[in-house]
Write a protein that binds this ligand. Structure first.
Ligand SMILES: Nc1ncnc2c1ncn2[C@@H]1O[C@H](COP(=O)(O)OP(=O)(O)OP(=O)(O)O)[C@@H](O)[C@H]1O
Length: 259
């Protein structure tokens, strides 16, 4: 691939993708493309298929039809997972696994190591990722001792430690305390400034709004909007606003700032 082709090839592309969960259609033919350096927000009401779309993009949910490509390579032959950082939707404050903060973050580095052997550069990367999210002083602590927001920071450090070019985060702000939200927004700004491509599943744009280049809004497993972030969000994303706003006849999307 020439460098020009690399620049124009989407980092992530879903074309007419369908997916089912429990025998029920959840994605009903969606197109979603993220170009190099773009920051795209995936919005939509609860149950519209946002999480399923990103999980299909990384192969956690199989597409029943359509095409998924990462860095121009069909998903089935894509192996370069160190180029992708994924922060899943947080299901509980801390999982039942009694691992330390450092161990969890190190697990995100495995794709960059040779045969799983940790070298100095890998240990330094773990230190840097923890530093970025303000958790360096907790490296030896068990993750079970962390708050929800701190746990989220650890998951973000785990996604960043492989120095990915594409960062996919599923509702990174959900249930996160204000201090952690600020750390998270600063970390994202830093990544975007360094040229990372980002796909964010969000319930509301909130404090991340200034970073967003484009929004894709899903409704009932279909793309309702693909373009500038919805206007209502821009107009009302002022401090103090936190209300429900109807969007093009869709179910209301909460548009308030979190801070
Ligand atoms: N394992 C599953 N089996 C069957 N249906 C599922 C499963 N997981 C999710 N669903 C359904 O698929 C639909 C889409 O879910 P998905 O989590 O992708 O939506 P979402 O837009 O991310 O919503 P939320 O904002 O609530 O996370 C929902 O109706 C959900 O109930």
């Amino acid at each position: 691939m020439t460098s020009r082709e690399r620049e124009s090839t989407p980092v992530l592309a879903l074309r007419d993708v369908r997916a089912e969960l429990g025998g029920r259609p959840v994605l009903r033919g969606i197109d979603l493309s993220v170009r190099p350096g773009e920051v795209v927000a995936l919005l939509g009401a609860n149950g519209s298929g946002k999480s399923t779309a990103v999980r299909t993009a990384i192969g956690q949910v199989p597409a029943t039809s359509g095409a998924v490509e990462l860095f121009g390579t069909p998903l089935r032959s894509f192996r370069d997972w160190a180029r992708v950082g994924y922060v899943p939707q947080r299901t509980s404050a801390a999982g039942g696994v009694p691992a330390t903060v450092s161990e969890i973050v190190s697990s995100g580095r495995l794709a960059r190591t040779r045969f799983g052997l940790f070298r100095k550069a890998d240990r330094e990367a773990v230190g840097r990722a923890l530093e970025l999210v303000g958790m360096a002083d907790r490296a030896k602590d068990s993750v079970t001792a962390l708050s929800g927001g701190q746990h989220q920071r650890v998951l973000i450090a785990r996604a960043l430690v492989s120095e990915p070019e594409l960062l996919i985060m599923d509702e990174p702000m959900a249930g996160v305390d204000l201090a952690s939200q600020e750390v998270l927004a600063a970390t994202l700004r830093e990544q975007v400034g360094a040229g990372a491509t980002v796909l964010l599943v969000l319930h509301e744009l909130g404090p991340l709004e200034p970073l967003i280049d484009r929004a894709v809004v899903l409704r009932d497993g279909c793309v309702l909007h693909d373009g500038p972030p919805p206007k209502a969000v821009g107009q009302h994303a002022l401090p103090g606003h936190d209300h429900v706003h109807p969007h093009e006849g869709a179910e209301p999307i909460r548009t308030g700032l979190l801070s």
